[in-house]
Design a protein around this ligand. Sequence first.
Ligand code: EPZ
Length: 429
Amino acid sequence: MLQSMSISGGVPLNGEVTVSGSKNLALPSLAASLLTDSPLTLRNVPRLSDIDSMLDLLSYLGTRIEKSENNSISMVTPDIKATDAPYDFVRKMRASILVLGPLIARCRRASVSLPGGCAIGARGVNLHISALEQMGADIVIDNGYIKASAPKGLFGCDIHFPISTVTGTENILMAASLAKGTTRIINAAMEPEVTALADLLILMGAKIEGHGGSIITIEGTDSLNGADFAIMPDRIETGTYAIAASVTNGNLILKNCIYDHLSQFFDTLRLAGIESKIISKTPDGLDNIEVHRSERDDRIRPVDVLTAPYPGFATDLQAQFMTLMTICNGTSSITENIFENRFMHVPELSRLGANISIHGKTAVVTGVRNLIGTQVMATDLRASVSLVLAGLMARGETIVNRLYHIDRGYENIDQKLLSCNARIERFTV
Ligand code: EPZ
């Protein structure tokens, strides 16, 4: 059954939102459970459909899973029961590709369905494959599956990624942890989720240096232990709610965040006339951040952005930022440099009255006074939330259809918005 959300816009959001654990750290961390036969416990794991999809796949592969009430998940994989990741699992959640490296490292073979494309682009995995081949895996693509075998195990070597790839770096980090010898990943992704995964692997006994920078060195070990690890806050969720405060001219306290993961983003918001500051710390040393519009301007100021690998402007915040720019006092250009088709939200925002024209990789947004609510269609995870943000700001009622996209990446979004005065109602169509 499909679900939609009805949103009555124009209400400033005021109150507190507690940010959940990072989806894009939880997914590779779950896959890391395949690397050891010892228990791995992950805390602060967000309750999302993508997490459930990964757990279903791990259970199929042989991982025993125990969920607790407080968002902790304990896993143990005494032995791998299956080394294949069938298409049905992978097509639902493309991050399933993250089991490829661990399976080859642990069992010396794997058969993982090619993920196929998605709404935002081709999403190739050729860089994952070529890196594993350089480490000694024999890989053929057969009938839509990546069939890999490494009878002698994997061997460390220098891996040069021509472009920054987040899950590509994560797959090789995990594979290299159990390889023979030293691996250097050159032009490694520097996203906080990659760095935190390396921290988890080190906690499990891996020997890794340089993570957070563009060259990561991994000294392979024979085996890894279990660990007890807390998933860090989701920086994309944090940025999304910062924009929710901005577009509704409200004031939100975002709790349990890491400001430093979004310093460039908050600087960009400041240029647009949005103030954000750390107002307190949690007992765990996380940041509570207050976000609101500055008194100086009565309208949002136009700002140009170009998406880039971390620490550049996150592609996962591009759609949300575009919603903010639809009501700016001028013209903003937004260039998407990471994915080739990540403007699916543009025609839907235009239905709400936004004035946006696309020129190749750049969307030119000319601000209007306000959007007008109507029916719109979600197409992918971040586009769906950009439409909810638009509905919160638009005059009248907005209906966002195909809400399943949003439930992949935003834990308890209904409750979090309702607790800040949003007038929303989810219904089944
Ligand atoms: C990760 O995807 C994130 N997903 C994405 O978040 C995020 O948008 C992306 O990184 C960029 O930051 C997870 O971490 C689960 P890439 P990933 O490999 O790893 C091309 C969200 O909304 N490429 O860094 O798949 C690729 O097509 C999701 O939470 C190849 O061509 O992204 C893209 O154009 C969406 N061949 C670019 O590189 C490869 O082998 C960067 O992709 C690998 C990548």
